[in-house]
Design a protein around this ligand. Structure first.
Ligand SMILES: *Cc1c(COP(=O)(O)O)cnc(C)c1O
Length: 512
């Protein structure tokens, strides 16, 4: 058994392990923990800088995934097809291209554009793959079964606008999968609504719920908690804690590193706009696999639980999430952070013992649940700081950064960034200013296309000479969405039973 190819829970104090398929299809462990490979595979330096450094994005993805998925679970030929299919929907041949010198003066500031997938945001990199993976596993277990015995999944999720579309585009048209996304009526932007509701696939249904985002989220939680509904419809999620999402994201850390350094070993820092810690956690895996990364810089908005932790060792939930210009990062706790805590607990508290690490993490999360906070020992905090730095960026700085980049850039035309990317770039510029080492490459992750966050971008740029959202920001493909028919069902009250009824009625119509 190869220990990087079996999965354990971050809260388990037993040696029980799961297969990759179980970890992906279950999502969350039954003890409430997250699935992790207890061993992170090491890639020899020669392999990295002599072989991997010249691979295409897809080739690299395959090499990385093979280390975490045994051939007996997914044969390499199948895995290759899954990877190739997943990235065939991207508009850029490099999948995640690196753009250099966006400020006109900082040559070592690179922007990693992660938004060339179907919904123009970074979550596509993972969800295009996860959708195909779900379908692959389901088709394999359903092979030859009569229709009434086939295993089917009903994916249910809530969105405040920015992330629902990535799930829809990941699952559209997939066999034996249906997807229902709830959003608050009138409270998401027109583009976000159009992106989700104009998908015509029979297995996709958006539900516009009269209420708030919190109402939608509470309904989804209640549906997950309802045993009878679950038994009947096998309710699933594609939320940010799924291991396959982290896995798929590891690729662009390697890929962009090699593009920045010319394939050589070099000094690189990644700066990552962070919310649930899924994106940057993939960078941590890349570093532990052997990629020579100097530091991973967590960039938060005003919802700064991660920044506060890195400064104090105290992980403490605030009472309310602030509504910022970068809503995809408006979180109270960072769900994937638990995975990092497990590796830290094992190294600095548990003397390398995985079972003891599970006990430790479990203890911390019990404290979080009852008292809203926990504090880690000093060694754990020091350990975290060996790999991570953090920066908090305010709303005002977010706006001024969009402006500043627009004014300074000439690459070859004005460069316009979205507010999440702006959080990362502000953090990067701060680091650059404080750094004596001018050799370091900074790779600042750009997580969304600016067209997705029109209000924030316009707030920063309207009034600038010659600036036009329609002309400078909005891609033709998104412009056309407004003329397409919409598939929406209206839910008149934020009521669980009402939503369940609509789902059941839709499932009949879908005939899945
Ligand atoms: C989800 C998201 C993020 C945050 O990523 P995490 O993995 O939650 O840290 C940042 N920017 C955008 C645009 C996103 O959609």
């Amino acid at each position: 058994m190869n220990l990087s190819q079996v999965y354990r829970s971050t809260r388990s104090s037993s040696e029980d392990t799961m297969s990759f398929e179980e970890a992906v299809m279950k999502g969350l462990a039954s003890d409430g923990g997250l699935f992790i490979p207890s061993v992170i595979p090491k890639v020899p330096e020669a392999t990295l800088y002599e072989k991997w450094s010249t691979l295409s994005f897809q080739e690299l993805a395959l090499e990385i995934m093979k280390l975490y998925i045994p051939e007996t679970e997914i044969p390499t030929d199948d895995l290759k097809k899954l990877v190739d299919n997943s990235y065939s929907t991207f508009r850029n041949s490099e999948i995640t291209p690196l753009v250099k010198n966006v400020t006109g003066s900082e040559e070592n500031l690179h922007v990693l554009e992660l938004f060339h997938g179907p919904t123009y945001a970074f979550k596509d990199v993972a969800l295009q793959f996860v959708g195909n993976l779900f379908e692959y596993f389901l088709q394999r277990s359903n092979k030859g079964l009569p229709d009434d015995q086939r295993k089917k999944i009903t994916v249910v999720g809530a969105t405040s606008g920015d992330t629902g579309s990535a799930a829809i585009y990941g699952l559209r048209g997939k066999k034996d999968v249906s997807v229902f996304i709830l959003y608050p009526t009138g409270r998401i932007s027109p583009i976000q609504e159009e992106q989700m509701t104009t998908v015509q696939d029979n297995n996709v249904q958006t539900l516009s719920v009269k209420g708030t985002f919190d109402n939608c989220q509470d309904i989804v939680k209640a549906i997950f908690a309802c045993e009878s509904f679950n038994q009947k419809h096998n309710v699933g999620a594609v939320n940010s804690i799924n291991w396959a999402r982290i896995l798929a994201q590891i690729t662009y850390y390697f890929y962009s590193y090699f593009r920045a350094t010319g394939g050589k070993k070099g000094a690189v820092k990644f700066v990552v706009p962070s919310g649930n810690f899924g994106d940057i956690l993939a960078g941590y895996y890349a570093k532990k696999m052997g990629l020579d990364v100097e530091r991973l810089v967590i960039a938060t908005n005003e919802n700064d639980i991660l920044d506060r932790f890195l400064k104090s060792g105290l992980y403490e939930r605030s009472s309310d999430a602030a509504a910022t210009l970068s809503p995809a990062m408006d979180i109270l706790i960072s769900s994937n952070f638990e995975r990092l805590l497990w590796y830290l607990a094992r190294e600095y508290v548990a003397e390398g013992d995985s079972q003891k690490a599970g006990l430790t993490v479990n203890g911390w999360f019990q404290q979080l649940k009852t008292g809203g906070r926990f504090e880690v020992p000093a060694e754990v905090l020091e350990g975290a700081r060996k790999d991570f730095d953090s920066e908090r960026v305010s709303n005002a700085e977010t706006t001024s950064t969009i402006k500043e980049i627009y004014e300074k850039s000439q690459n070859p035309k004005k460069y316009i960034i979205d507010p999440h990317t702006a959080v990362g770039i502000r953090a990067t510029i701060r680091h650059l200013a404080n750094s004596d080492n001018k050799e370091i490459h900074y790779i600042s992750l750009s997580t969304a296309h600016p067209a997705k966050f029109a209000d924030a971008v316009n707030e920063a740029l309207s009034g600038k000479d010659g600036y036009s959202f329609q002309k400078d920001v909005l891609p033709e493909e998104l412009r056309q969405l407004s003329s397409l028919p919409k598939r929406i069902k209206l839910v008149e009250r934020p009521d669980v039973e009402l939503v369940k009824d609509v789902i059941e009625e839709s499932l009949k119509e879908m005939n899945i």
